[in-house]
Design a protein around this ligand. Structure first.
Ligand SMILES: Cc1cc2nc3c(=O)[nH]c(=O)nc-3n(C[C@H](O)[C@H](O)[C@H](O)COP(=O)(O)OP(=O)(O)OC[C@H]3O[C@@H](n4cnc5c(N)ncnc54)[C@H](O)[C@@H]3O)c2cc1C
Length: 407
């Protein structure tokens, strides 16, 4: 039906969700990923998928794959508490349930599981070890993408879904800024079941997200992924054609602090899991012993540091056959946990526009421009809200003011 060919740089959550939607609609799509394979690199653990993300996935996935996604997610409810270092409640909030959505609209999803579901059936459309270095307009009005190993790919449209360090953005909008938000995080996993588990976490700390704050806005964030059935049982029931890696219940443990309070990046990013855990333990000394016990129970091999960065909102790029999606355009602090959800929403909106271009004769540049305008509205609203919350709660650097940006 369609002769439109879409090139996607990046097989993260956003790029794969877009590819899924296009593939299902019969639009030719080729994804190029710089990593050597789907499981090449640790990309984090639990992701909170909210109503936006769930609706996008319901739209983009085949019904059986969507059921599998919902069946393999934890359903922690909407409770988000803030406690002090002695575990006294400072603030309690329960996000409302949406009865139309699985888990009331609050799902705790294992990132690897979500990627496996997104990838299933797309294997032939994804090329690995393919780092996009640049692109150029081709003579027929399309786009040629160039990769580090000398490969090239031709298409009508190029979507940069290549994350916060996007090579596509560097060429499309070299003036776009990504700022250091001044926070450093250390992520790890505490096994909640299995032979190595030595800790029983109090149920009060197993809500959707719990923040425990200490002096200098240092904090420990906790969020569980508790499965309702083993992966193999869920696949057998909902989508026997999809293979998922097994996993056990865990608690994500995130330590965060201003960058001045932890070793400089060259040291921090060279530390082993054991060293990072010791660093966290030193910071939570004197806090309620339960906090120290949880931090100590992290699997050392799972621990890695992250520096928080944020896009600085801008007015977007000039219309044409190239567009950006997800963190490539609106990277944000994880303070409200919506970066991946916003990338999923992008994938839903962009799929709809490109399918119109492929099937209803809408000019490609017009389709991409409609996407760009809609996405910049909700995308940068999420960047601003994340930065504001991160500034207030955990001392993240504020974004430049609107007046500064508009001057
Ligand atoms: C530890 C952590 C926890 C988080 N928790 C949440 C959460 O609970 N909820 C939430 O909504 N968000 C969360 N986020 C944010 C979320 O992970 C991101 O917003 C989301 O992954 C963005 O998806 P993406 O596809 O745009 O980018 P990415 O997931 O970064 O994917 C980009 C892909 O592009 C590839 N790539 C990069 N450069 C190139 C190139 N030149 N050529 C080809 N490929 C390239 C990368 O290898 C990668 O696979 C969290 C982030 C972190 C770090």
């Amino acid at each position: 039906m369609s002769t439109l060919k879409v090139i996607v740089a990046g097989a993260g959550i956003g790029g794969l969700a877009l590819a899924r939607g296009l593939h299902a609609a019969g639009v030719e799509v080729a994804v190029f990923e710089k990593d050597a394979g789907a499981a090449f690199r640790n990309q984090g653990y639990r992701i909170r998928v909210n109503g936006d993300g769930i609706r996008a996935l319901r739209n983009l996935l085949a019904p059986s794959a969507f059921e599998l996604f919902a069946a393999t997610a934890g359903t922690p409810g909407g409770r988000m508490d803030t406690l002090d270092q002695n575990l006294r409640r400072l603030h309690a909030q329960t996000l409302p349930d949406d009865p139309e959505l699985p888990g009331g609209g609050h799902l705790a999803v294992n990132r690897k599981t979500l990627r496996e579901i997104l990838l299933s059936g797309l294997e032939d459309a994804v090329s690995y070890s393919a780092r996009l270095v640049n692109y150029a307009a081709s003579q027929d009005g399309g786009i040629t993408a160039y990769f580090a190993d000398g490969r090239t790919a031709e298409g009508d449209v190029l979507i940069g879904a290549d994350g916060v360090n996007s090579a596509v953005r560097a060429q499309l909008m070299p003036e776009a800024e990504v700022m250091d938000a001044g926070l450093r995080l250390v992520y790890g996993k505490v096994p909640l079941r299995g032979p190595e588990t030595e800790i029983v976490v109090p149920p009060d700390l197993l809500g959707l997200w719990t923040t425990i704050t200490g002096p200098d806005k240092r904090f420990v964030g906790l969020a569980p992924v508790q499965y309702r059935q083993p992966m193999h049982a869920a696949t057998a029931r909902h989508a026997p054609g999809i293979a998922l890696s097994a996993d056990d219940d865990y608690l994500t443990c995130v330590f965060g602090a201003r960058r001045e309070l932890v070793p400089a990046d060259d040291k921090l990013f060279a530390m082993t899991g054991v060293e990072l855990r010791d660093l966290e333990l030193a910071h939570v000394e004197g806090w309620d012993p339960v906090v120290g016990a949880i931090v100590a129970a992290q699997d050392a091999a799972s621990i890695f540091p992250v520096s928080v960065r944020s896009s600085v909102p801008h007015g977007g790029w000039r219309p044409g056959p190239v567009a950006l999606l997800g963190d490539a355009v609106h990277a944000m602090s994880p303070a409200i946990g919506v970066g991946a959800n916003t990338a999923l929403r992008d994938a839903q909106v962009l799929t709809a526009r490109l399918v119109e271009a492929a099937t209803a004769g809408k000019p490609v540049a017009e389709a991409l421009d409609e996407y760009r305008r809609e996405m910049l509205g909700y995308g940068f609203a999420a960047v601003r809200e994340s930065a504001e919350r991160g500034h207030r709660l955990v001392g993240q650097n504020p974004l430049p003011s609107r007046e500064t940006l508009e001057a």
